[in-house]
Design a protein. Structure first.
Length: 461
């Protein structure tokens, strides 16, 4: 940023250059009129305007244009997943760019009809899965109840039945033993026949056999049948519990899908995460289509920005020939057109390490350094994407050999100028280094005191 003193020095330097040029014109005209050797030339020098190569302290600057943007901003993107694979979502309604909003205000509404249909299908699936889960849960309860019934009911009843049979058998044996004893006594006295005695003996043996059979059945029931039935019931419980776990997992997955689908429906209404001013995220890029109702957007697509307007900076592109001159920490001045070109103090805070393609240019061969220039103090009424001109103060070159910018031309891709000599104009290739909007520093090809034509054309011989 040029100070008032620097502007005065530049004005004095220009006046000196113009005075020297006028003196040279007078001298050369006098030589031409007097027929001196210095005035010999092929064309009248009165029609040529020139300046004297001189030395001066050169205050160098780099001027570049860019857009204002916030140092900090919240990016709001589309968080809706295309579950129906319908190639994005249509914008139904959209908030205008630059609208102030409060936290929770609606920024955009997307078409959720396909998601709502998907949610209805998912809800049907959830209800069916919940019914299967209920049946599986009841099956577990029935299996457990059956085991409890068998252990605490049927085993006891069957055991009592066997014990009753055993008691009855023992009673029958006792009675048959008493009868057989009486029969044998009566047989000895001759009151009963031998056949009767043998019949009573057979009845006693049969009764004893029935007792042993019942005792065996009780042992088999206690040691084999009951444990086998218990294992079978437990196996049914295990199978029922596994079916219940599977049904629970299915129900959980179905409920999660339904909840996720409903969340996507909720995400179709995009709301402000905090207070701020809405900026459409795709503004400022020539290849980006403007956000508008009816446009399709996709998951993770950036849609809005909520910038922090209290801290702003300018993103500028510095040509690769000027980039090495710019350093972090250099002071700069920013002119914003909407503020009547008021100069705002700023500082260079970052510059890219390597030149990159300028994505705003059609020619991919053009390279630039991306530079961030931050305002020292942000005034009100400044918004993102306002255009700004940045003038970076790159320091002073002391005792530089300079010529006016108008004296240099580019011929065949090489900087050159026309030097006024004794025999007229001579085109000479030069090497330059620093420059301002008025002067160019020459490091090779010219000497102090030589005269150069102002406004040389590329076609001039």
């Amino acid at each position: 940023m040029a100070s008032a003193g620097r502007l005065k020095r530049r004005s004095r330097l220009m006046v000196g250059v113009r005075i020297a040029a006028a003196s040279a014109v007078f001298a050369m005209c006098w030589a031409y009129a007097s027929g001196l050797p210095g005035g010999a030339q092929s064309q009248p020098l009165e029609s040529v305007e020139w300046a004297v190569v001189t030395r001066a302290d050169l205050d160098t600057t780099v001027v570049a244009g860019g857009d204002l943007q916030a140092v900090k901003e919240t990016v709001v993107s589309c968080q809706v997943e295309d579950l129906a694979d319908s190639d994005g979502f249509l914008i139904v309604s959209l908030i205008s760019n630059g609208t102030p909003v409060k936290k929770g205000d609606e920024l955009c509404r997307l078409d959720s009809s396909l998601l709502e249909e998907t949610a209805r299908l998912e809800e049907i699936e959830v209800n069916q899965t919940r019914s299967s889960h209920t049946q599986a849960r009841l099956a577990v309860e029935i299996a457990k109840t059956a085991l409890q019934e068998y252990q605490e009911g049927q085993i006891r009843i069957l055991t009592q039945e066997y014990e009753g049979k055993l008691a009855l058998a023992r009673s029958d044996i006792k009675r048959q033993e008493d009868r057989l004893a009486w029969t044998e006594t009566m047989f000895g006295k001759g009151y009963v026949s031998k056949g009767q005695m043998l019949s009573d003996r057979q009845t006693l043996a049969r009764t004893r056999h029935e007792l042993r059979t019942t005792e065996g059945e009780l042992e088999v029931f206690r040691h084999f049948q009951a444990p086998k039935e218990i294992v079978a019931f437990k196996n049914e419980i295990t199978i029922a519990e596994k079916n219940l776990a599977f049904a629970s997992d299915r129900l959980k997955v179905a409920e999660e899908r339904l909840a996720y689908c409903r969340k996507q429906i909720t995400n179709c209404t995009i709301r402000a995460p905090h207070d701020g001013v809405v900026v459409h995220a795709n503004r400022g890029y020539w290849w980006s289509r403007k956000l508008e109702p009816g446009m399709r957007v996709y998951q993770e697509q950036k849609m809005f920005k909520l910038p922090d307007l209290s801290n702003m900076e300018v993103l500028v592109s510095v040509h690769e020939t000027m980039g090495p001159r710019v350093k972090v920490g250099m002071k700069a001045g920013v002119r914003v057109a909407s503020l009547n070109n008021q100069v705002l103090p700023a500082t260079v805070v970052a510059i890219s390490q390597f030149p990159v393609e300028n994505d705003r240019e059609w020619d991919e061969r053009l390279r630039h350094y991306v530079t961030r220039v931050r305002l020292d103090k942000t005034p009100p009424r400044i918004l993102p994407f306002m255009s700004a001109i940045v003038e970076i103060d790159t320091g002073r070159v002391a005792d530089a050999l300079v010529i006016p910018v108008e004296a240099m031309s580019v011929v065949d891709g090489r900087p050159s100028c026309n030097v006024v000599g004794r025999n007229g104009l001579e085109r000479r290739v030069i090497a330059t280094r620093h420059a301002t909007k008025d002067f160019v520093e020459v490091v090779e090809g010219l000497s102090e005191g030589e005269r150069v034509e102002i406004g040389p054309g590329e076609t001039r011989a």
